[in-house]
Design a protein around this ligand. Structure first.
Ligand code: SF4
Ligand code: SF4
Length: 88
């Protein structure tokens, strides 16, 4: 499981979720922020911080927001951004 950032984040990108994530697994992309699916520990802390309710647990994603699960994964495949990169 993972949490997923969806449509409402696009063009808002205020970063409020980043500040509360205990494992720093939320990364800024060109259009929205993205949650690394392998690093997220599903604590749920980010969900209530988001002013536009953009964050869902993957299994609770509304139908219309399902494509964002793949979009989040694809972002990290493209950018190869991981915690281990930032630890170096
Ligand atoms: S659910 Fe927790 S670990 Fe996952 S992105 Fe949100 S704050 Fe970070
Ligand atoms: S708090 Fe919500 S709108 Fe702000 S960056 Fe995170 S997901 Fe995007």
């Amino acid at each position: 499981m993972t949490h997923v950032i969806t449509q409402p984040c696009i063009n808002v990108k205020d970063g409020a979720c980043v500040d509360v994530c205990p494992v720093d697994c939320i990364y800024e992309g060109p259009d929205q922020f993205y949650i690394h699916p392998d690093e997220c520990i599903d604590c749920g802390a980010c969900v209530s911080e988001c002013p536009v309710d953009a964050i869902f647990m993957d299994e609770d994603l509304p139908e219309a927001a399902r494509p964002f699960l793949a979009k989040n994964r694809a972002f990290f495949k493209r950018s190869k951004t991981t915690a281990s990169d930032t630890d170096r």
